[in-house]
Design a protein around this ligand. Structure first.
Ligand SMILES: Nc1ncnc2c1ncn2[C@@H]1O[C@H](COP(=O)(O)OP(=O)(O)OP(=O)(O)O)[C@@H](O)[C@H]1O
Length: 226
């Protein structure tokens, strides 16, 4: 099942073609890595795929809904899309559990139910024992896992990750990739921007962008490094 598709999508910023006629599909169970030099359009692609930005032309469809016909993008994003950014954006004055609960509470879920969901996702990522700690009391890898838990909480199945391994050591980066991979294997779809070829080996498909266009797209054989 296709969770997100870009159909001939172009995005022009102030006369600059950040993305040109790009088509891409990400299905449930699939991890797609997006690579390419600085300025090639990776972040633009991720922002469009998650409804953070609108296409200049072409069509973006998330879970069967054409974004051009969705009046309230924020609500669709909260329900369907999880983001993990390099600078995690965890709120320092909230515990790990409270950080993970927050998007559900913003979506109108009651605190007790949101808390239950948050604890379940934290357990999924192996962090139930640190639920009551604050971000400042966690390691970099634990913080990254909390951010991933927050991106996954609720029903959201499309996960967008922009360099989630950028600020961590190799062992922690591997843990993060293992976690993203296991979420895919459980039915999520992940779009991962990375500069690291070693992480692309965990993907089902690697898309290379150059000057806003897909220069190459390669299916990764199953027997690779994962
Ligand atoms: N809001 C904006 N306004 C003007 N130009 C923009 C904007 N966002 C992106 N661009 C331009 O669009 C092109 C693609 O940028 P984008 O950030 O998507 O590339 P990237 O591959 O993610 O780069 P990096 O690896 O450095 O993060 C660049 O030329 C950039 O300068």
């Amino acid at each position: 099942m296709t969770l997100m598709s870009l159909q001939n999508v172009t995005r022009v910023h102030d006369g600059v073609h950040a993305l040109k006629e790009v088509s891409l599909e990400v299905s449930a169970g699939e991890l797609v890595a997006v690579m390419g030099p600085s300025g090639s359009g990776k972040s633009t692609l991720l922002n469009l795929a998650g409804g953070l930005d609108r296409a200049t032309s072409g069509k973006v469809v998330i879970e069967g809904r054409d974004l051009a016909e969705v009046p309230d993008l924020a609500a669709l994003r909260r329900r369907s899309v999880g983001y993990v950014f390099q600078d995690l954006n965890l709120i320092p004055s909230l515990t790990a559990a409270e950080n993970v609960m927050l998007p559900r509470e913003l979506d109108g879920v009651r605190a007790t139910a949101a808390r239950k969901e948050a604890l379940a996702v934290l357990a999924d990522v192996g962090l139930d024992h640190i639920a009551e700690r604050f971000p400042g009391e966690l390691s970099g890898g634990q913080r990254q896992r909390v951010a991933i838990a927050r991106a996954l909480v609720g029903e959201r199945r499309l996960l967008l990750a922009d360099e989630p391994t950028g600020a961590v050591d190799t062992a922690t980066g591997d843990d993060i990739l293992r976690l993203l991979r296991s979420r895919c294997d459980a039915g999520a779809a992940v779009l991962l921007v990375t500069h690291e070829p070693r992480y692309a080996a965990w993907a089902d498909q690697v898309v290379f962008l150059r000057d806003g266009e897909i220069a190459d797209s390669t299916a990764v054989p199953m027997e690779s490094a994962r």
